[in-house]
Design a protein around this ligand. Structure first.
Ligand SMILES: [Zn+2]
Length: 59
């Protein structure tokens, strides 16, 4: 059993695996941190593009 707290607030979630924990976190994020989710989406897109560029440079 793992208990991890939300990185944005003090809410704690217990689950057997990290995947289960993520499933508990998702609804919490979407209801409490919806604005952060939106911001992360935009940042992730940029981050992924950067990683893709780095990967193709290497190969
Ligand atoms: Zn939270």
């Amino acid at each position: 059993m793992k208990t991890l707290s939300c990185d944005l607030c003090d809410a704690e979630f217990s689950a057997e695996t990290f995947q289960e924990w993520m499933q508990l976190m998702m609804p919490h994020y979407m209801s409490v941190h919806a604005d952060v989710m939106e911001a992360n989406k935009k940042q992730d897109k940029r981050r992924w593009r950067k990683m893709d560029g780095r990967k193709s440079n290497k190969v």
